[in-house]
Design a binder for this molecule. Sequence first.
Ligand code: FAD
Length: 468
Amino acid sequence: MQYDVVVIGSGPGGYVGAIRCAQLGLKTAVVEKYKTYGGTCLNVGCIPSKALLDSSEHYHNAAHTFTTHGINLKDLKVDMKQMIARKDDVVAQNTAGITYLFKKNKIDAFEGVASFEDKNTILVTKADGSTEKLTTKNVIIATGSKPTALPFLPVDKKRIITSTEALTLKEVPKTMVVIGGGVIGLELGSVYARLGTKVTVVEFAPSIISTMDAGLGKELQRVLKKSLGMEFLTSHKVTGASVKGKVVTVTADNAKGEAVKLEADYCIVAVGRTAYTQGLGLEKIGITPEERGNKIPVNDHLETAVKGVYAIGDVVKGAMLAHKAEDEGIYVAETIAGQKPHINYNLIPGVVYTWPEVASVGQTEEQLKAAGVKYKAGSFPFKASGRAKASMDTDGFVKVLADEKTDEILGVHMIGPRAADMIAEAVVAMEFRASAEDVARICHAHPTYTEALKEAALAATENRAIHI
Ligand code: FAD
């Protein structure tokens, strides 16, 4: 079969790109090596982690805040088997949705490992060893990423585990060490801390979520310690981990270079993800991944050094996020179809689905200072929000950073209830190059958490927030 486009990988980059190709009238095939579609995101990433975050949040609220609301429950306990089964069901619904969308859009889907014979020929090797050749005008590589392995930290997938195994634990551990205070480590650490596990996070950097605006990490660490009892060992360099029976021992050096030893039932290694290109046969078409991070080099149009071969999502530079992969899938599909699409990489929001949620878009204060940009900052705390008081979600704040002269919003950083959804307003405003004054003058429904963004915008423009 001759295709216009063969997409390798069915994660959010691959499946969205394939659907857009098909919408544009391109004859499209997808090759996926796993039995279900949706890649990391749907199978072992965004969706299952959020399913467990939601379940564990219900439990934590029932155990700790319901009585304050006047709701008394007796004999509350966690049914881990059911919690995991519900998560599996959510994953199954989502992956089945992709199968439906492929059929609806008349996309041919092949199960097997795809590798290049040459730039126009993809060999599909199936589980039974049989092969099939697909010829194509264009290829989109969307093979994603895998958890980064540390050479001195052997992951046995039983006690020393990655995020993938952490989504299927059969018990609530008594103790857990999470190596890495980034998004994935904090989300999964939160799941277990909410269920009653004593969680200790070990982080190399001096703060957690260290790539986000510094104020966010500080506040998140404070709240997670207060509400979930999570411990944080920042500025600690992990040196090793070993398993004896059911006990994991993690060793680290603290900031003074002193050795620290931690024991736990489980250890999640969440130190980042590495681009995945294994078995693609890139050498056959003359593509060499970058030494650091294994990313496939692409130009501004996401085209590799080989004409007609594109790469998107986690396997290329930039944020390793599902929505970035999706937008790149659409970008490449439209480019192949002869259109002139655009992605604003400055406005890709970043979210941490802890509680409170953390969300960010645009420049951080640290970035603006480093670039010598003169800016104004306005903050509004949720403790002054009527809506937040009603729901008892008073931790956190919204911060708006605006250009000192033009008042254009340069960054919005928030930690608080439903920040993951609220950040969308900031993204829209910034996409239209709104000033802080513009947002401050837009009518926001009362009482909503979104009023905190309006108040922060008011604070950024002549310090005129109303409720603080
Ligand atoms: P992937 O989703 O990794 O998909 C790649 C696919 O390619 C896989 O299905 C793989 O099997 C297939 N493949 C690889 N090689 C071949 C081959 N040779 N032949 C055929 N198929 C092949 N991001 C967010 O934006 N929000 C979140 O809340 C979020 N939560 C996360 C939680 C966790 C625990 C993890 C691990 C990740 C999370 N992410 C989140 C990140 C997100 O999952 C990734 O950024 C996203 O999945 C990347 O999409 P992709 O299409 O580039 O690759």
